[in-house]
Design a protein around this ligand. Structure first.
Ligand code: S3P
Length: 179
């Protein structure tokens, strides 16, 4: 069984997934990192040189690959849910956590790593985040098994909630990840 994190950009997927993996002594996998490794280029460069459609094609390949693994923690790029086949593959052997945050929080967090997210462009506003988020929400909700709001919460608080949910769902599961 894999533990999968989905959600809009800057909702905390990477920090949470890394910490959950560390606590449960499981392998952390990131679809974005897998794409970068495969293409040997950064994500902004892939978008710039080959376009979004190419990026989505490679993303689908890596989602397929990672979904076949077992017992890993998967940090999904924000657009993974746009393709139903991706969601189906992830669900086959995974429990899906949707991380949410308010547009304001997303905007503030994403300003810190400006330039790494081509879909937000160089001069984006909260309105831009709101527009893209409202288009994406139905996809996120459809894919999610559990929803956690990360607004105003520390990494530790969110991680504890994830582990609590896993504990309720998986019989015999404990914080050390033994099940
Ligand atoms: C994307 C999110 C990014 C990355 C790419 C596209 C999206 O990942 O995959 O820039 O479509 O939402 P993060 O959600 O990790 O920022």
């Amino acid at each position: 069984m894999n533990i999968v994190f989905i959600g809009f950009m800057a909702t905390g997927k990477t920090s949470i997934a890394k910490e959950v993996a560390k606590m449960l002594r499981k392998r952390y996998m990131s679809t974005d990192e897998m794409i970068v490794e495969k293409c040997r280029k950064s994500i902004p460069r892939i978008f710039e040189e080959y376009g979004e459609l190419f990026f989505r094609k490679i993303e689908k390949e890596v989602v397929n690959e990672v979904s076949k693994m077992d017992g890993v923690v998967i940090d999904c790029g924000g657009g993974v849910v746009l393709d139903k086949c991706n969601v189906k593959a992830l669900k086959e052997n995974g429990i899906i956590f949707l991380l949410q945050a308010t547009p304001e929080t997303i905007y503030q967090r994403s300003l810190k790593d400006k330039g790494t997210r081509p879909l937000l462009g160089p001069n984006y506003s909260i309105k831009h985040v709101e527009e893209l988020l409202s288009k994406r929400i139905p996809y996120y909700l459809e894919a999610a098994d559990y929803i956690i709001d990360t607004t105003g919460k520390s990494v530790e608080e969110v991680v504890n909630r994830v582990i609590e949910i896993l504990g309720d769902k998986i019989e015999g599961f404990d914080r050390e990840g033994r099940s």
